[in-house]
Design a protein around this ligand. Structure first.
Ligand SMILES: Nc1nc2c(ncn2[C@@H]2O[C@H](COP(=O)(O)OP(=O)(O)OP(=O)(O)O)[C@@H](O)[C@H]2O)c(=O)[nH]1
Ligand SMILES: [Mg+2]
Ligand SMILES: [Zn+2]
Length: 317
């Protein structure tokens, strides 16, 4: 018997699927599907709409097919790895949760995440969590303001939040209402804590305060979709250390940095890579601080990781 459903929890080998009739079943992925998802560590991700085959005789459930994804967020499992991981699928919003203190999220991480969202047409926003810590640190507020302004100027929504004081939580609630939102970011930035603040009673496991400095600590170990009060859903995910981008075509990388793309219209050459060419309007804008050094460095870092052929990752479905 075939049923349609949505993957709401994924441990890698097991998927929990909420069927359209409301029942929740534990599923295995049908063996052959792994081949279709070649090089992908998880052929099925939270948010995927799937066809499930139920076998009433032995009580097993198999995911037989994944419906084409509206969009998704994907990362390279590690910088040199040839394997990819789909972090979430069929999203209205990807909320990147960052922290500028305990731990410090790097701008490279932020920019690689945002560029991936641009590439896969997932609207992205940023929550700068642990704002309470910044308010208590010398120059903390200046750092918060600088980072927020940088990304707001490019066009991203930025919300400073604190699960300790409640700052920004109402704003997030309004932003996420009615949407399916992926929460992603480094380990320990407070993704699960934010969901706990948004969803009374859910009580996700959060890291111990004493572990907050320890980047090796991963408190959330599997991805999980949680219903928001009212309408909307959030996906909590395990923290990730780095965010390797997939092999973009070199010429495409600038498209994923909105402000670099906008400036590039003024470049002398149509195939300008914005690295050394005369008459490059992007280099000019960097020199005049109209494009931030950190964003430009992130652009270069992705370009360096890209071997130029593009399309290494073929969509499995
Ligand atoms: N000061 C402060 N601490 C926070 C805030 N939000 C979360 N924390 C603390 O940060 C630590 C990590 O929080 P988690 O919610 O487990 O972080 P996470 O992003 O879910 O981490 P992973 O599941 O490992 O990816 C915990 O000790 C939280 O209590 C905040 O706004 N301010
Ligand atoms: Mg967590
Ligand atoms: Zn240029």
């Amino acid at each position: 018997m075939k049923q349609r459903g949505t993957v709401i929890r994924s441990t890698g080998s097991w998927q929990e699927v909420r069927l359209d009739d409301g029942r929740v079943v534990q599923c295995k992925v049908k063996g052959t599907m792994r081949l279709m998802g070649l090089r992908c560590t998880n052929p099925v991700a939270v948010g995927d709409v799937v066809d499930v085959t139920l076998r009433p005789d032995d009580g097993t459930a198999l995911i037989a097919a994944v419906e084409p994804r509206r969009n998704y967020v994907i990362r390279r499992a590690s910088n040199l790895s040839r394997e990819f991981q789909i972090i979430g699928a069929n999203l209205d919003l990807a909320l990147l949760v960052v922290s500028l203190s305990q731990p410090l999220t790097s701008t490279t991480f932020i920019d690689r995440f945002l560029a991936t969202c641009e590439a896969y047409r997932v609207p992205a926003a940023i929550a700068i969590n642990k704002a309470d810590l910044l308010h208590d640190e010398p120059d903390g507020d200046a750092l918060l303001e600088a980072v927020a302004t940088l990304y707001r100027t490019i066009g991203y929504r930025v919300t400073p939040t604190s699960t300790v004081t409640g700052e920004g939580i109402d704003e997030l609630r309004a932003l996420l209402s009615g949407k399916t939102t992926l929460l992603s970011g480094n380990s320990g930035v407070g993704k699960s804590s934010i969901i706990n603040a948004l969803v009374p009673g859910v009580e996700l496991r959060v890291g111990r305060v004493s572990d907050a400095h320890n980047k090796g600590t991963h408190t959330t170990t599997f991805s999980e979709m949680i219903d928001l009060p009212g309408s909307g859903r959030v996906i909590d995910t395990p923290g990730v250390k780095g965010f390797g981008t997939i092999d973009f075509e070199r010429a495409q990388v600038a498209h994923y940095f909105p402000e670099i793309f906008a400036a590039s219209r003024g470049c002398r050459y149509g195939d300008c890579t914005h690295t050394h060419e005369p008459g490059c309007a992007v280099l000019d804008a960097v020199q005049h601080s109209l494009i931030s050094q950190s964003r430009y460095a992130s652009y270069l870092s992705i370009l360096e990781d890209t071997d130029g052929t593009g399309d290494k990752y073929r969509k499995p479905y």
